[in-house]
Design a protein around this ligand. Sequence first.
Ligand SMILES: *Cc1c(COP(=O)(O)O)cnc(C)c1O
Length: 371
Amino acid sequence: MTEGIRVPFGDLRAQNASLGDDLNAAIARVINSCAYIAGPEVAAFEGEFARYQDSSHCIGVANGTDALEIALQALSLPADSEVIVPANTFIATAEAVTRSGLTVVFADVDDTYTLDLESVRRLITNRTSAIVPVHLYGQAADMDAILGLAAENGLRVIEDCAQAHGAEYRGQRVGSFGDIATFSFYPGKNLGALGDAGAIVTSDDLLAEKCRLIANHGRLTKYDHVIEGRNSRLDTLQAAILQVKLRALPAWTDRRREVARTYRSGLADLPGLVLPTIRAEGLHVFHLFVVRVAERDAFREALLTLGVQTGVHYPEPLPLLPPYRSQHAHGAQGMNAVSWSSQLVSLPIHESLTDPQVTHVVEAIQQTITR
Ligand SMILES: *Cc1c(COP(=O)(O)O)cnc(C)c1O
């Protein structure tokens, strides 16, 4: 094994460097335009991103959490109705439901780490109004089954695509299956801004218009406020930056997928290490490469001494976190999301990893497991 190699969990410095002077040029363009709110830079990014995600409309907003809230509000779901979200996701998915005056219901995940259909089916009541599949770690949820259940029960579907830019299901991009979908461009996401940013995509003209109104003070023109909305716009500087990064995204995704292939072959059949289950009908964009090991903390410690940084996504399933546990801990008993949370380890995966770094990760894990 090669000594002295360091493998950082993420490397935004390397990503910036790979873009040469393009980020600075985009920023200078916005500064010189003196148009700092909305404008052509935002419209250009929205058009490019809608096309990239196989959807008719993209509405840029301030961040991925706002995108979820605005999408939920645009759907006008009955007050207090129940919205089913996975128990293993980032808290924003559940926060947006509660902040929209709706009741969050946690469903389990299966070995793809996306919604477990049997769990969702059992949780549907006459108060359920929507399902929020999260394409977690970059892999599409089982959209055929989810759309089927939604149609049978008259439910709306909001896809949380915060980790799945460019991911596909049956050859079609995520975000184009449900009623509406949301994205985050938090800096560490597969497509990340240099700050907070997010977007909503949909092919429903009316929903798109409603989201646009909500995100910009309910107005059509400067003082023509048709409803009360809020201020959650995509920042113009971030829109210019995101145009540059979107052009690089296909190559970055290819590199993530290549690293994942090397991990899958190099780490196959190691005792006690559970590799991610890949859906055959999907295209996984590997926002994260998550494995399971029983002695998780010792495993991470051993890798760190070999120079390999890892992460945990997420250390607690949502139903056991303080804001939810009094209501939801009981229902979470026996969930995969609960029994797996102490075993999850995210290996470094990003576009800037070099071949020697990837080899080093594989060898470091082989050595740690067979030691
Ligand atoms: C990052 C993330 C969000 C929230 O996005 P922000 O831009 O940070 O507000 C929502 N859902 C999931 C699954 C995420 O990973």
